[in-house]
Design a protein around this ligand. Sequence first.
Ligand code: PMT
Length: 219
Amino acid sequence: RLEEDLADKKILVTAGGTQEPLDPVRYIGNYSTGKMGYKIASEAAKRGAEVTLVTAPTSLDAPQNVEIIKVQTAQEMYQAVMKEEDSQDVIIKAAAVADYRPEVRESNKIKKSDSNLTLKLERNPDILAELGKVKGDKVLVGFAAESEKLKANAKEKLIKKNIDLIVANDITAKDAGFASDTNQVIIISEDEEVELPNLSKREVATRLLDKVNQYLKGE
Ligand code: PMT
């Protein structure tokens, strides 16, 4: 592989877990640390791409030579991605986006009482599905974090959301998925399934970018 084989390509990556505020001190979140998405962003930049990283809050250092856009909620991520999408060659959605947000964001801290508390949630936009609707020539890559029927569920997302590649992530596998430094994935396209062994997230990023590059070249 050429050192700068992604030169002149614009790649947007999303990473981390969105946070959906309940009140000034609490939010609904998930276990994503951003490691997977940050590795993709940094590897793409090393290979010469012009990279934008739209990131939910993480404790990671910003990768070098990457433009960073910080967001907190799914709605903010949606707006940031939609603002940038038109100029991108590739969009890779490694973020874990909350499907629901609290219907009300209380301006004061919710006080406890003796009775139970019921939260009402409303739907967030599905960013990947919206991107699928305005796909054009872009290469769209989604992730699918699944705890059951891995391949079938991932393939369904690929077709339903009109994307090119989906990285099926078995989050029940050992040392894979959320928070670990390694991951185990199947890269699924319409006509191919590539099962990778357990690899470092950097190596998963490399393999995924190899596949994306094949798409860019029309191979
Ligand atoms: O960050 P790490 O700790 O390194 O963990 C990595 C990871 C497990 C988070 C990552 O590898 C991963 O699998 N990311 C996707 C997690 C996820 O939320 O999957 P999903 O099956 O719920 O969503 C499918 C796809 O649609 C994803 O590309 C997601 O970004 C996107 N989506 C989901 C919901 C939504 N409202 N909008 C979206 O765009």
